[in-house]
Design a protein around this ligand. Structure first.
Ligand SMILES: [Zn+2]
Length: 300
């Protein structure tokens, strides 16, 4: 989800913009019918003296909150009704012209809606539209083009956690325990370097991603595969027990490449992408019986 940034409503405008305390019971979806950014919509709302306000404005890159969720806002056109007095208002930007940035704003608004439903323990029936309160044709572009049911489906998809693969680069940060220095070596990112001191056995591994989860485990020399660990909740390995196998996988939908360097042969093995202790060719990095002295990891 994109970042949520709070811009406080100016003190002197609170009696106009959010005069009543509120216990929210629903979400009210709007379209701005403009082409301004979320930041500009919130700034304009704070600046003018009209009895018009909303809690969130969402565009293609961020969510800006301008009214606290325990105060009411004026957006639903129903006077002192449930829309204005119990609704969390979300304005989706760029609905005047539509296009790519509008579709991204819809996506971000669905993320925010799903987050609020989770936060309040609500189901999809709490997602309402401006039209439900005053008959105004809002959120206009969702009604005309996207489809209200499709928006609800998108929110449900977010609730189910079936989010599309993360966009942008995902980095892996990792480090190893060195059995001669008897300490953790510095963190390394992706394939900018490798983790390890050549000639020193690796005994344990720590790793995490910039987004999503990495699951991994190691095989101890002359021993067995140790239990899996996820991210940095624990490390994989036992201090002063050299490892000869490493397995890694991710839930990000990206391909994770990981390679081991063999101490005695002083060479890198080809990177592997699988996760299967029975498959020596691509299921794990390393050759059982051969100490690993460095690893290298990156994602596509
Ligand atoms: Zn509206």
């Amino acid at each position: 989800m994109v970042n949520i940034r709070t811009v406080n409503c100016p003190e002197e405008k609170r009696s106009i913009k959010c005069p009543y305390s509120m216990t929210p019971t629903r979400i009210v979806i709007h379209n701005t019918a403009g082409d301004a950014t979320a930041a500009a919509e919130i700034a304009y709302m704070h600046r003018n003296n009209q009895k018009v306000s909303f809690h969130f404005a969402v565009d293609d890159t961020e969510i800006v909150q301008g009214i606290p969720l325990n105060r009411n806002a004026w957006h639903a056109g129903d006077g002192g009704g449930k829309g204005n007095r119990q609704g969390i208002a979300i304005e989706i930007c760029y609905s005047k012209s539509g296009g790519e940035r509008w579709l991204k704003a819809v996506e971000n608004a669905a993320d925010l809606t799903a987050k609020l439903l989770k936060d309040y323990g609500w189901d999809l029936t709490k997602v309402t539209k401006h039209q439900d309160y005053s008959g105004k044709h809002c959120p206009h572009r969702i009604l005309d083009e996207y489809g209200w049911d499709n928006f609800l489906k998108l929110v449900q998809t977010k609730l189910n956690g079936k989010t599309p693969a993360p966009s942008g680069k995902i980095s892996v940060t990792y480090q190893v325990w060195d059995d001669i220095k008897n300490k953790w070596l510095p963190n390394v990112n992706d394939s900018e370097d490798y983790a390890g001191n050549l000639g020193h056995d690796v005994c344990a591994v720590y790793a995490h991603l910039s987004q999503g989860n990495i699951t991994y485990k190691v095989h101890t020399l002359g021993g067995r595969w140790l239990p899996e660990v996820i991210n940095r909740e624990d490390f994989a390995g036992i201090f002063n027990r050299p490892i000869d196998g490493l397995m890694m996988k991710t839930d990000t939908g990206r391909t994770l490449h990981y390679a081991a360097h063999l101490r005695r042969k002083n060479k890198w093995l080809p990177a592997v992408t699988g996760y299967n202790e029975k498959e020596s060719a691509n299921g794990y990095a390393g050759i059982l019986g051969q100490e690993i002295d460095a690893i290298r990891v990156y994602l596509d």
